[in-house]
Each structure stands twice: as structure tokens, then as C-alpha cells.
Design a protein. Structure first.
Length: 402
């Protein structure tokens, strides 16, 4: 079940599941190849599961030649800060750094000469999925509490345990559980309600105090943001960790209680409801037991840090499911602008993840910083197709295994 608009499950480390403003707008698509899952199966044979990535040509990418490939290349080169040391990406990153930075034609030739495109397919061989949006919000706060600044933004607690299950069970690669010690037992970490009631004893972990609990909640949803302090200073915070409780949508909760209608359950509508119903707000926020902790980042970063470990780029970075799409890979996205049928087709970079971004054709589009970006992110829930670009000679199995 997807959250209503403007709401998404927290992104480690930059933000995830995206907004749900209206029903997805269908992207005009070329006829898809027959699904391998629909092919006749000989007696005694099991149906073959289609590959998540199927090789195609650049001619299969709609409006490929019309993109600004120089902007895409700049985002890819930024990602090479993390990719260049990996065997699968070393040659592609070295070649990228030699391309004239402001030459779109040269950038397009670079991608065509160094990469093989793969169409992303779902388990049934279908090629259509979903893309939502996220952004970097601005909050107002202080390093000390006051009557205005009274809602704490916490750093990572010292007693939060993160257990890597793959150390015990290799088949659970990437799976981690979070908890705390109670005697000799590991028990679930404190829920949002317990944290806000003071049971977690986190006073020493307050990084900042902010003036709005709804802004703080949506900062946790996005996973990163900026805070304008009462001194005039502006600081950036990013995802530090999470308490391990599953995400639950407050938008869906308000819809189920009849407070909002599904088609109007946008981030803006939730904010307006909160303004009118301050007495009901704590119960609604605590419906989502998940809680995100932060860390202060360098103020001179050009953008929030994504899961790849590099700053994400507005309009060029995409959160993906790394089980199917390798972090750092270029991804050609064919979708539409929020709440329209106007095509939005461009080369993105898979530089982030999200806890509710699940599946091979599932993305979260980074719109950038501020209120205007937030409006676009809150409206975006569009049908999409995706193609992954991998360096020549590198198979999906090889790059996803690393």
C-alpha cells in the first residue's frame, strides 16, 4: 500500500517512497515484446522467470537524442567519486572525465560508445512501473531550545544496535535489523511515541530544535534537508539511521478516518489539516512508529548525500531498488511531468535508495531544494518506463553481485 501524496517512507540516506497525488498517468509506450512468462511451457518444465534487465539498443530509448546529455554526464561524473574504484566502472569513469563538460553532443557520443542499455522488466515481463518524487525541505530552528524552538531533531542514539543478518545468513545479504539491549536480550528500539514521550532518554543527542512538528515529520520522510537557524546560519542535515519500526502512512491514516479524501491527500493537504487540528496531530504522527535520526553535514555540499555517498543532483538523480538497478548506473527514464501527460524523458543517475522503493521499475525523482521542488515532488505519481545503462562488457549479474 503506497502512502498518499507528499508522503514516502524514509530514505536512507537521502530520502523514498513517494507521493500519491492522483492515479498514475499512462506513458505512451511502444508495443512491448511478448512476456517470456506467457510463452508456452513444455510439459514437465517450469515457466522461466524473465530477466529484470534485458539488452536493447539506444534506438529503443524514446527521444534519446533530444536530452541534455552534458547535464547527465555531470551527474555521472559526480557519482564516479564513489564508482571509480570499482572494477566494473573504472574504465567508464576514466573516459567520462575526458569528455568536454559543456558539449551535449560529445556527452551523448560518450554514453553511446561506452554503455549498453537494458530495458527494466517486472516479474511478468512488463515494462511499466511507477515513479514518485522527493525533495530537500527547509526548516527553521536553533541549537538551543526556546518557546518557539521546542521540537528536537535527534542524532543517532548510542544504544541503537544494527545487526547485519548476512553475517549469519548469507542469503539475507543487505538485510539489517535494529534494536537495543535489555539485559542480555535484543528488543525492538523505541517507537516514535516512546521517543516523543521521553522513554528513550535522548536529551544528549539533540542536534537542533525546530519550530514545527509537521516540518520535522516530513524532514524524516524526505531523509535530508536544510535548517535556517535563528542566528542566520544555514546548516544541512542528512539521514543518520532509523529506529527499525516499519513505516506507516499518516496520509492513509487520515483517509481511513475520513479526515481527508484519497484524491486530496497531498503533503500540502496534510499540512493544512495539521494547522486546523493541532490537538489531534500527536496521535496522527505517532501512527507512524518509524523514526529517523540525523547527522549534521558539511554546509558547502552542493546537495544532500544519497545512498551512493555523493551529493544528488536536482532533476538528474533517481532513487532506485539496488537489488535490480546498481547504484551509480545511468538510468533513462520515460515518464510524464506531475499530474500531466507532458513527456518527461531524460537520463538520470541511480544515486539513492528508499525503504519503499521496491521493484525493478520503481523510482523516486529528486526535484531539488525548497518549496517549489516540494510542490512538484508532492504531486508526482506517474507511470514510467526505465532503461539501465551498463558499461560495455559488464553483465547485470556481475554489477549487481558487488
Amino acid at each position: 500500500m503506497q502512502p498518499p501524496a507528499g508522503e514516502q517512507a524514509p530514505k536512507p540516506p537521502a530520502g523514498t517512497e513517494g507521493p500519491m497525488a492522483k492515479r498514475p498517468v499512462t506513458v505512451p509506450a511502444a508495443p512491448a515484446p511478448p512476456s517470456p512468462a506467457q510463452a508456452p511451457v513444455a510439459p514437465g518444465q517450469a515457466a522461466r522467470k524473465p530477466p529484470a534487465l534485458a539488452a536493447v539498443g539506444f534506438a529503443d530509448l524514446p527521444q534519446w537524442t533530444n536530452d541534455d546529455h552534458a547535464s547527465a554526464l555531470a551527474a555521472f561524473v559526480r557519482g564516479c567519486e564513489a564508482l571509480a574504484a570499482r572494477d566494473a566502472w573504472r574504465a567508464a569513469c576514466a573516459a567520462a572525465r575526458k569528455v568536454p563538460a559543456v558539449n551535449p553532443s560529445a556527452a551523448r557520443r560518450y554514453f553511446e560508445a561506452n554503455f549498453q542499455p537494458f530495458r527494466a522488466l517486472d516479474a511478468d515481463g512488463g515494462s511499466e512501473g511507477l515513479v514518485t518524487g522527493y525533495y530537500e525541505p527547509l526548516l527553521h530552528g536553533s541549537r538551543t531550545p526556546s518557546t518557539r524552538y521546542r521540537f528536537p531533531l535527534y542524532g543517532v542514539p548510542d544504544d541503537l544496535l544494527v545487526v547485519d543478518l548476512s553475517a549469519l545468513y548469507p542469503e539475507l545479504k543487505g538485510r539489517r535489523v535494529r534494536g537495543r539491549l535489555e539485559g542480555r536480550r535484543i528488543v525492538p528500539y523505541y517507537s516514535r511515541a516512546q521517543i516523543e514521550n521521553g522513554q528513550a532518554a535522548l536529551d544528549a543527542k539533540v542536534l537542533f530544535w525546530v519550530d514545527d512538528p509537521v516540518d520535522l515529520f516530513f524532514l524524516q520522510v524526505q531523509g535530508s534537508g536544510q535548517i535556517r537557524l535563528d542566528t542566520g546560519e544555514r546548516v544541512r542535515v542528512g539521514y543518520g539511521d532509523q529506529n527499525g519500526h516499519p513505516y506507516r502512512s499518516i496520509g492513509r491514516f487520515l483517509v481511513d478516518r475520513g479526515e481527508l479524501t484519497l484524491e486530496k491527500a497531498s503533503m500540502q493537504a496534510i499540512r493544512e489539516w495539521a494547522r486546523k487540528n493541532p490537538d489531534k496531530l500527536p496521535e496522527v504522527l505517532r501512527h507512524n512508529a518509524s523514526y529517523v535520526f540525523f547527522r549534521e553535514l558539511a554546509s558547502d555540499l552542493p546537495g544532500p548525500l544519497g545512498a551512493l555517498g555523493v551529493p544528488v543532483s536536482a532533476g538528474r538523480s533517481l532513487a532506485v531498488d539496488p537489488r535490480y538497478i546498481p547504484l551509480g548506473a545511468p538510468v533513462y527514464l520515460a515518464t510524464t511531468w506531475p499530474n500531466t501527460q507532458r513527456p518527461l524523458q531524460r537520463l538520470m543517475m541511480a544515486q539513492d535508495t528508499g525503504s519503499a522503493i521496491r521493484g525493478p521499475i520503481r523510482g523516486d525523482y529528486f526535484w531539488g531544494y525548497g518549496d517549489r521542488a516540494g510542490v512538484q515532488a508532492g504531486r508526482m505519481r506517474q507511470s514510467a518506463r526505465m532503461w539501465v545503462l551498463l558499461p560495455l562488457g559488464v553483465t547485470p549479474e556481475r554489477v549487481l553481485a558487488n
